[in-house]
Design a protein around this ligand. Structure first.
Ligand code: NAD
Length: 515
């Protein structure tokens, strides 16, 4: 009988991506620094050991940094639009590899094939965005208070950008950071999650070809593996910027450690996102937004809908519609497009999910749609769980916490001010949304007295942001912004320049200093 991997073409995808010696061999990518302990990559889809990857030792880490430092000296001198042209070619290369890379994302991380392909599409889109940006790294000019003086500001690259990424967006988050950093003139050292090391190798293989073709030093993009290298990056003064995506717990540590050495961070941490379902909501729209938001990627998006705050007059109707939809969800292999919900990343995650349900019950939560672990054929990895719905209070300790699994907490409200207060009353501040056809309600939700999140949507769920906007959140989500808008400024240092083209030397603020 064909194995699942063969059935869905994974072996072929891996070979197209240049990942060799799979199944118990060791696998390394181009320009990766890998002589350390073995990291085993298991697929949550079927429990198969896909490959063993070597992590990077302290010496490997050092070699990567030296190579990156050298590369920066050359890369920063290449005009930004020329760097943009190289990024454009990377986008072309990603277009060629969209299918196998999307398959690998799905197989190694466990999200649906459609979402895996969507993640690669985001990478392509950010390349296009970065190409345009390479001609738009604008600084302002100002009028000087002194005669015959000119003032302006310009942006310079910062140097080496350290990228530490989470398992759930194993390729897109890297590209959001690296494509912008590259057009800005920085070089990048990437440490992917140890849960998805093959995705890192695949990306590195794809872009390395472009760097070689353009005779660019390969240290422009370095890949290192292994959790302990995260801490090396935090304390390394050669990294003026660390862009960290992951849990609030680890992010807090990264933030403190990097700040201690006056380095900068972009922090993209946990969310606890809510949808407000108003009495003026179109329920058919809520259905798609809430169900995809809560169960898509098996609840493992930072923007996953975790709370539904429903107007009391809509409560029973909404719950009926949700129960019906949850009853139709197909749970199974994410590479099979008939399924809606794939696996959690690993068994630790399954344990967290089960514990969260127990905690919610212990705090007085009422189960509306029962959860549980799927058993039997097709679920051998032990990572498939049933999306569940629990009626809860916003103040429950477990509701205040991000559990990275498909658990949706539902609660009632009476007036919109109360709903907005509930939506804001969590430590995190990533994504939020309201479903309403009432203009006053939407404007209040978006006003300064409304949502306190980095993302606030109307008649759209909490998940699935576009690359054109700045992405990120407030409070314990970390305050960072990535991707579109002017997020590029975080990857550059701003310099204010004043030029005196006269023959006098007047001092600022009218100060006289006669000699
Ligand atoms: P995690 O915090 O366990 O790991 C994230 C990364 O941190 C991994 O690469 C890991 O190796 C690394 N790491 C571990 N210890 C470190 C240390 N001491 N110093 C530096 N790096 C260290 O997170 P995860 O389980 O991979 O991802 C899920 C979390 O990520 C969720 O909380 C989710 O909300 C969050 N996330 C946030 C966003 C966002 O944009 N806000 C996007 C995706 C994921």
């Amino acid at each position: 009988m064909a194995t699942l991997t063969d059935q869905f073409g994974i072996q072929e995808a891996l070979s197209k991506l240049g990942i060799k010696e799979i199944n118990n061999g060791t696998s390394t990518g181009s320009n990766s620094f890998a002589n350390g302990e073995i990291i085993e990559s298991y697929s949550p889809v079927d429990g198969t050991l896909i490959a063993k990857v070597k992590s990077s030792t302290k010496e490997d880490y050092e070699a990567a940094m030296v190579k990156a430092q050298e590369a920066f000296k050359t890369w920063r001198l290449i005009p930004a639009p020329k760097r943009g042209e190289i990024v454009r070619q990377m986008g072309e290369e990603l277009r060629k590899y969209k299918e196998p890379l999307g398959q690998l994302v799905s197989y190694e991380m466990g999200k649906s094939l459609q979402e895996g392909l969507g993640e690669v599409q985001e990478m392509i889109d950010i390349c296009d965005f970065a190409v345009g940006l390479s001609r738009q790294l604008y600084g302002l000019t100002m009028h000087s208070e002194r005669p015959m003086h000119r003032m302006y500001e310009q942006y310079h690259p910062v140097g080496i950008v350290g990228i530490i990424s989470a398992f759930n967006f194993p390729v897109a988050v890297w590209s959001w950071n690296s494509m912008l950093a590259w057009v800005c003139g920085d070089v990048c050292v990437w440490k992917p999650s140890e849960k998805t090391p093959l995705c890192g190798i695949a990306c590195q293989n794809i872009i390395q070809k472009v760097l070689e073709r353009n005779n660019v030093p390969e240290g422009v993009s370095c890949l290192i593996n292994g959790r302990e290298n995260g801490d090396r990056m935090n304390t390394d003064k050669r990294l003026p910027l660390v862009s960290f995506t992951g849990s609030t717990r680890v992010g807090r540590h990264v933030s403190k450690t990097v700040a201690e050495r006056f380095g900068n961070t972009i922090l993209e941490l946990g969310g606890n996102n809510a949808i407000i379902v108003s009495e003026h909501a179109d329920l058919s729209m809520v259905l798609v937004g809430a169900v995809f938001g809560a169960v898509g990627t098996a609840g493992q998006r930072c923007t996953t809908t975790r709370r539904l705050i429903i107007h009391e007059s809509m409560y029973d109707k909404t719950i009926d519609v949700l129960k019906n939809a949850y009853g139709q969800l197909k749970i199974g292999n994410p590479l099979d497009s008939n399924n809606h919900v794939g696996p959690l990343i690993d068994k630790d995650s399954v344990k967290n999910y089960l514990e969260a349900i127990e905690k919610a019950k212990a705090e007085g939560g009422k189960v509306i749609v029962e959860g549980g672990v799927m058993q039997g054929e097709g679920y051998e990895s032990g990572c498939y769980v049933k999306p569940c719905i629990i009626e809860a209070k916003n103040s429950f300790e477990i509701v205040q916490h991000e559990t990275f699994a498909p658990i949706l907490y539902v609660m009632k409200y009476t007036n919109l001010e109360e709903a907005i207060a509930m939506q804001n009353d969590v430590p995190q501040g990533l994504s939020s949304s309201i479903f309403t056809q009432n203009m006053r309600e939407m404007e209040l939700f978006l006003s300064q007295a409304g949502s306190d999140c980095g993302i606030a949507n109307v008649n759209i769920g909490t998940s699935g942001a576009e690359i054109g906007g700045a992405f990120g959140g407030e409070k314990e989500t970390g305050g960072g912004r990535e991707s579109g808008s002017d997020a590029w400024k975080a990857y550059m240092r701003r310099q204010t320049n004043t030029i005196n083209y006269g023959s006098e030397l007047p001092l600022a603020q009218g100060i006289r200093f006669d000699l």
